[in-house]
Design a protein. Structure first.
Length: 490
């Protein structure tokens, strides 16, 4: 790993993992660019300077988009600024500081690959901005999954002294024509959004397993569904991982099963959450390729001593992986909704309807179920595939797009909607266990203790908003109590 968070976070010697980038974005240590990366960037810049003397290079000696065949008479600072100004046309809300910081780290790591041909001063400016907390202001509407052009044009203008900053700022540093297009030739903002949502989704997966295990204890479920023999009969990795986690959480000390077969909400936990585990793993692998790629068009190849024009800015893999991940979240949310409904029903719990306190007409957690249903609807709406969109732009030259940017935003919304659903399920299961007088033992006792610390133990009718929001904000702590061991290898 190229990062060492005890002193500095070094970028440039080798590939970074998705977790590396998220750790760096937390601001736990200053960023540095390694000497190897600096040499690589310098060598690529020198190659571009030499080759553009004898041949046309897109965006350096020519216009861009449908203007690709128009030769530029002043391929220098003036053309660079015209490119940045014209492309910095995003609208909508400004990107959050955490998104921008993550995006700058991704872009720095990509530039360290040496495929851009930019001056090393651009990489230095990124390092300085990240470490100083000086984050450029950029708008959220304007990308379609073939490069976050509007976002990084605004970033470029901020560095050049014409753009805005979210906080602080740096002295102006003029960008050359080589820097301008190369800076914009990236999907780093899309990747930042996707990385952050991916990290949240992985933690929510573990919190979901904890919620399912608590509810399983409430209904005296049948643990055969989580047995190793069942996993061997259909050897997919995700179900084996989730089933093992359920076995670890449940242990051996619980009541005999109340029935031969449980409802799907409990019986199919390994299959549904296991699928989510696997698609998130795949999304993570795709993101790690992208954050370590040299996506610039054209790309500088030091190995071939050439500049090559291509379509690597088209991140279909990322867009599809995001689409599938959201669909898997929708499946998981459906199972959570099923379990919450079961916990509201006396026939399954032996308790009062809606886990109320027993006074006639008490609503208990009735409306929490409505809140979960609303969140589930939002999640399902966000699960609509972004990749089904189509586009025809720039006079027909750019007639396709991945729409990964839209998919990343949808992933962010889906994860945000899933969070209160799991909080409500945890709150209901913990309340039911207390009313039954159960103590599940092990890590589940710790989960119940945390849930009750945040939501209280009172059962009289009251507003649940504060409790749901408090627990929603601490689901990472619940996740930390749940281990997800890798699937066993044959």
């Amino acid at each position: 790993m190229s990062a060492s968070l005890d002193r500095t976070f070094a970028v440039g010697d080798g590939p970074l993992s998705a977790d590396d980038v998220l750790a760096a974005a937390s601001g736990a240590a200053p960023i540095t660019l390694t000497a190897v990366a600096r040499e690589r960037i310098l060598a690529a810049h020198e190659l571009v300077e030499r080759l553009t003397l004898s041949r046309d290079v897109y965006g350096r000696t020519t216009g861009v988009g449908a203007n690709r065949d128009v030769r530029i008479e002043d391929p220098g600072h003036t053309h660079a600024m015209r490119l940045l100004r014209s492309h910095a046309s995003g609208v909508g809300e400004l990107l959050d500081a955490d998104v921008m910081r993550t995006a700058l780290i991704v872009r720095l790591n990509q530039l360290a690959r040496g495929g851009s041909g930019t001056h090393v001063g651009l990489a230095d400016a990124l390092v300085e901005a990240i470490n100083a907390g000086a984050l450029p202001a950029a708008h959220s509407v304007g990308a379609i999954g073939t490069g976050d052009i509007t976002v990084f044009a605004e970033v470029g203008l901020a560095f050049a002294g014409e753009g805005a900053w979210l906080d602080g700022g740096l002295p102006p540093a003029p960008l050359t024509v080589v820097d301008a297009l190369a800076l914009m030739s990236t999907n780093a903002a899309t990747l930042a959004l996707a990385l952050m949502a991916w990290g949240d989704a992985r933690r929510l997966l573990r919190a979901s397993i904890a919620a399912a295990a608590l509810g399983f204890r409430v209904v005296d479920g049948n643990p055969e569904a989580f047995s190793e023999a069942v996993c061997r009969a259909r050897p997919l990795p995700g179900p084996a991982v989730v089933a093992r986690s359920m076995r670890d959480l449940l242990g051996d000390s619980y009541a005999p099963p109340a029935r031969i077969q449980d409802p799907f909400g409990f019986r199919c936990v390994p299959q549904v959450l296991g699928a989510l585990n696997d698609v998130l793993d795949q999304l993570g692998r795709v993101l790690e390729v992208e954050i370590n790629a040299a996506p610039e068009n054209p790309v500088v190849s030091l190995v071939d001593q050439n500049i090559l024009h291509h379509g690597n800015f088209h991140i279909t893999h990322t867009a599809l992986a995001l689409d599938v991940s959201r669909l898997a979240l929708a499946q998981a949310s459906g199972l959570s909704s099923s379990r919450v409904a079961i916990l509201m029903e006396p026939a399954w719990t032996g308790l009062e309807p809606f886990l109320a306190d027993g006074r006639p007409g008490s609503s208990g957690l009735m409306i929490a179920e409505y809140v979960a249903a609303d969140a589930a609807a939002t999640l399902r709406a966000s699960a609509v595939p972004a990749t089904i969109n189509s586009v025809d732009l720039s006079r027909g030259v750019e007639e396709h797009a991945s729409f990964a940017w839209q998919g990343a935003w949808q992933m962010r919304r889906a994860v945000a909607a899933y969070r209160p659903m799991i909080a409500i399920e945890l709150m209901a299961a913990a309340r039911a266990l207390r009313q039954q007088g159960q103590h599940p033992g092990g890590a589940l006792d710790d989960v119940v203790e945390l849930v009750e610390e945040l939501t209280g133990t009172a059962t009289e009718d009251r507003s649940l908003s504060t409790a749901i929001e408090a627990l929603s904000g601490r689901l990472d702590d619940v996740a930390a109590l749940v281990a997800l061991a890798p699937a066993p290898e044959d």
